[in-house]
Design a protein around this ligand. Sequence first.
Ligand SMILES: [Zn+2]
Length: 159
Amino acid sequence: MAKTPSSRPTGWKCDPRLPIEALAFRKRNPELLTEEGLGRINITAWLYKDEDERERVKVNPNITIAEIRKEFGRAATRDAETGIHSEGIAAQFFKDNPGFRVLGIFSERIPCRMQCAPLLRNYFPGIPWFYYYDRDSWRGENGELLKRAAAALRVAYGL
Ligand SMILES: [Zn+2]
């Protein structure tokens, strides 16, 4: 049973379909349940209304550095080595589909300060974020600080 995600701003309740769909995506791709998969891949799930006012969930992972290398050859610059973040991919999808209205943004890791946070604030103002892992504040079952996303996600998803 997945835990209730944290929210930003605080006090918002995450639609339970979002972490459920994110976990289901991992389960359909079993390599995403390994230590490496949990550590390297961040899944994002966005709740939105389509043109017919039906609520739907869009799920996607980030593209990993390994995938980028495989597809495009070795990254030419250091900057490209940082990879494309899942929230950025989702943001592009909704930019390309302006008829879809975003209601909530779940990301397993809190949107990063450098790229995703400013992007989401700019293009999706007022939409709450929900997340499990925040490098600075995640606590395990016994109150211990968990520094690694993989460990945090195991607790969050009950894996
Ligand atoms: Zn990011």
